[in-house]
Design a protein around this ligand. Structure first.
Ligand SMILES: Cc1cc2nc3c(=O)[nH]c(=O)nc-3n(C[C@H](O)[C@H](O)[C@H](O)COP(=O)(O)O)c2cc1C
Length: 308
């Protein structure tokens, strides 16, 4: 079988199929349902300095071809994350599979959390992922996706503080997203992680009220895939950084579409709510496709739709 190993800057992954943050728990929760060794990596649920209760329920609602979510970065906070979550992660996943997703309200907070993560676990994890994407919090994360200067400042500051590879997850749902991507590249990130989750709403006709407590929330799932593919296509032309793309990937064909548009790796997100084995299914399909092709190695497929 051909190797699907992929390099993202200084980061080498065993394969290009990642479990996306917030949709894969911390990996170990899925052990009964899927073979964890098949994940190229798992982006752990984002943690923040203080515990966050998240937004008021309901927090998730099914919509045509996807879900609205409004979790609001619920997590137990740094102390519990380090003391209770990380030991279980380290027992379940290999070093090269662990990507720690960090959320903050300020540059200083990101720097301090990244530094502390590296000090405690630097030799046992593959990379840090800065969650600069979340549109579900009033301040912080999403802000960096809207402001190229702020994104540059964030990445440069974290880059200067840690030596682990740094992946920056940002939201391409803003008009200036190509500028933000260029700023993230200039700041010294190892890879870009893209997600396009436009805000949406569902009204429950029975209660005559919004279906989720926060009224609005990002749309995830197949509904956003064509937009995500376009964003990946445009980013590939704009930046040289390797791209990890998420947005509606359910099958290996969906993943391949993103790869041909320019992604080096993909994140499988809400598809795992329907099938907790979804990432493995996507990977098996890609492996079979590559073997059937006989010719190209994995890297030759990245951005191949752009022609030579
Ligand atoms: C319930 C839920 C929780 C999420 N939590 C996080 C999170 O904590 N951190 C993060 O970076 N992304 C989070 N995301 C975004 C996903 O990682 C992914 O980028 C997004 O869902 C798009 O992929 P999909 O269309 O395959 O679901 C969350 C998504 C959902 C649906």
């Amino acid at each position: 079988m051909k190797s699907l190993e992929v390099r993202l800057g200084r980061l080498t992954l065993r394969n290009p199929v990642l479990g996306a943050s917030g949709c894969t728990g911390h990996g170990y929760e899925l052990a009964a349902y899927t073979d964890l060794s098949r994940f190229g990596a798992v982006s752990l649920k984002t943690f923040t300095a203080e515990p966050r209760a998240g937004n008021r329920p309901q927090r998730i609602a099914e919509v045509p071809s996807g879900v609205l979510n409004s979790i609001g970065l619920q997590n137990p906070g740094r102390d519990v994350f380090f003391a209770q979550v990380m030991p279980r992660v380290l027992a379940a996943l290999d070093r090269d599979q662990i990507i720690v997703s960090v959320g903050g309200n300020t540059v200083e907070e990101y720097v301090s959390l990244c530094r502390e993560t590296e000090d405690r676990f630097g030799g046992q994890i593959a990379a840090l992922e800065l969650n600069a994407a979340c549109p579900n919090v009033a301040h912080g994360a999403g802000w960096f996706s809207r402001d190229p200067e702020a994104a540059h400042d964030l990445v440069k500051s974290v880059r200067a503080a840690v030596s682990l590879p740094v992946i920056v997850k940002f939201n391409t749902n803003y008009e200036n997203y190509l500028e933000t991507a260029a700023a993230i590249e200039a700041g010294g990130a190892d890879a870009l992680y893209t997600t396009n989750t436009p805000l949406g709403m569902k009204i429950d006709w029975r209660t005559r009220r919004p279906a989720i407590g926060n009224e609005r929330g990002p749309v995830c799932g197949p509904a956003i895939r064509p937009i995500g593919v376009l964003r990946t296509w445009d980013l590939y032309r704009r930046v040289k950084l390797p791209i990890i793309a998420s947005g509606g990937i359910c099958t290996w064909e969906d993943a391949l579409e993103y790869i041909l548009a320019g992604a080096s790796a993909v994140g499988v997100g809400s598809a795992q709510f329907v099938n907790p084995n979804a990432a493995d299914t996507v990977l098996s399909g890609l492996e079979a496709y590559l073997d059937a092709q006989g010719g190209p190695c994995w890297s030759a497929l990245i951005g191949a739709a752009h022609g030579s």
